[in-house]
Write a new protein. Structure first.
Length: 305
């Protein structure tokens, strides 16, 4: 038989003393421990949040438009001497062709197309005086539709070179806008209106210099916030009168460019022979050069091999 351990005779199984009174219970008592109040659920205002998201999106877009285009090349950000390729470099590439302008930007030159209007009003990169010959047209640009224009090809200036593809002014701005500064030649107010509309709609006012000898075109450019370069006879007009007409720059023959530099208007030299002459003109304060062969004036630093 096993022995049981002696218990504690003064305590029951619950640890109460054997002589302690039992706890009294009031069966009718309704008193209960208070339950803590549940917090009222927060309301989710879906329309308010949706509105806030829209506002934030608009602010983000505005911030991008204001601060996100710092890489856009502008006239003010050009480092002299700048070199513009007349008609895309017509001594090297098919004049005013898409390829010419693309190559200009690739090698650091500024596209300087000639602009004209077709019969349907489309502004294109083409010289109305030479397009019939260079594009093999049987009628003038003012008789063509945009489809007829774009179906043509541009004869290259050198043998064993591919023909060029025509391009509209809108197409050129869409293709290269922001990556370069355009120097379009505009000879009439009829072309200036839609051409400048394209510039302003693309936000490229600070990235365009209109070349012209027409005072009405220069005034239209100035009204649009676009620089204008005078390409006429600089000896027939004073710098002050040209400035008052809306011009901000001059195109001057290389032999006289140094003498005209340093004034209120930027001087761009034409007929520069080589890099040495350009360097001398730049030292004299000439801002840039206009050339049909920009490689002769300022050899590219971009390697092609």
């Amino acid at each position: 038989m096993s022995k049981r351990k002696p218990g504690r005779p003064d305590r029951d199984r619950y640890g109460r003393g054997l002589n302690d009174p039992l706890p009294s219970v009031e069966p009718d008592s309704q008193e209960r421990v208070p339950v803590p109040e549940r917090p009222e659920p927060k309301k989710f205002n879906a329309p308010l949040w949706a509105g806030a998201i829209v506002v934030l999106a608009v602010v983000a877009v505005l911030a991008f438009n204001i601060f996100g285009s710092k890489d856009q090349l502008t006239v003010d950000s050009l480092n002299p001497p700048a070199v513009a390729a007349l008609d895309g470099g017509s001594a090297v590439y098919p004049p005013d062709s898409k390829r010419a302008f693309t190559e200009n930007v690739k090698f650091g030159y500024l596209p300087a197309p000639t602009l004209a209007a077709l019969g349907d009003g489309t502004v294109v990169a083409a010289d109305a005086e030479t397009a019939a010959e260079s594009m093999g047209l049987k009628k003038g640009l003012d008789e063509l539709t945009v489809d007829e224009f774009l179906d043509a090809s541009i004869t290259p200036p050198r043998e064993d070179t591919e023909s060029g593809e025509p391009i509209t002014w809108d197409g050129l701005v869409d293709e290269l806008g922001g990556d370069t500064v355009f120097l379009p030649e505009i000879t009439s107010a009829e072309v200036a209106g839609p051409a400048l509309d394209t510039v302003t709609e693309a936000g490229l006012e600070d990235s365009t210099i209109v070349r012209t000898d027409d005072a009405e075109v220069a005034r239209a450019a100035a009204d649009a916030g676009v620089d204008a370069m005078f390409t006429g006879d600089v000896t027939a007009s004073s710098e002050q009168s040209l400035s008052e007409a809306g011009f901000t720059a001059l195109a001057v023959d290389a032999d006289a460019a140094a003498d005209r530099a340093g004034g209120e208007l930027d001087v761009w030299a034409t007929g520069v022979e080589d890099e040495k002459q350009l360097d001398e003109l730049a030292d004299a304060g000439v801002f840039g050069a206009l050339s049909t062969n920009p490689y002769e004036v300022l050899p590219s630093e971009v390697k092609t091999d």
